[in-house]
Design a protein around this ligand. Structure first.
Ligand SMILES: [Fe+2]
Length: 128
């Protein structure tokens, strides 16, 4: 069974290396809290709030996926070099354009080639 790692509030963690590890692997969903039914709605997923992730050949963010509940809506693939390559770091970021017809519960998952699968918190979007 695949282990799914989840964000912990790094303000409650004292160890600097652990804060960095958790933050840089966590996808954060950024969008408006409400949407108009049938309209294009932008959802940005950004890796890490404070700490950046490596973009090395053997260690990079390979996918970011967006879910509404159990339904996968979109997924983006990345290859080493997308953020400058070996020795570089960055916040891998993707903006998805989706259409919602009813209230949604958005979650993002990301995959690091070295540190596995990570999941964001749930963001509720009210659709009018
Ligand atoms: Fe990693």
């Amino acid at each position: 069974m695949i282990k799914v790692n989840r964000y912990e509030d790094i303000n409650n963690i004292e160890n600097e290396a652990k804060k960095d590890y958790i933050d840089r692997h966590s996808p954060f969903v950024h969008c408006e809290k409400s949407a108009k039914a049938g309209d294009v709605f932008q959802v940005t997923v950004k890796m890490g709030e404070e700490y950046t992730h490596p973009d090395d050949l053997d260690h990079h963010i390979a996918t970011i996926a967006l879910y509404n509940g159990q339904t996968k809506l979109a997924e983006s693939n990345f290859f080493a070099g997308a953020l400058g390559g070996q020795g570089k770091k960055g916040h891998q970021t993707i903006t998805f354009n989706i259409v919602l017809e009813k209230n949604a519960k958005l979650t993002a998952q990301s995959y690091c080639t070295k540190h596995g699968l990570w999941e964001s918190g749930v963001i509720a979007v009210e659709v009018k």
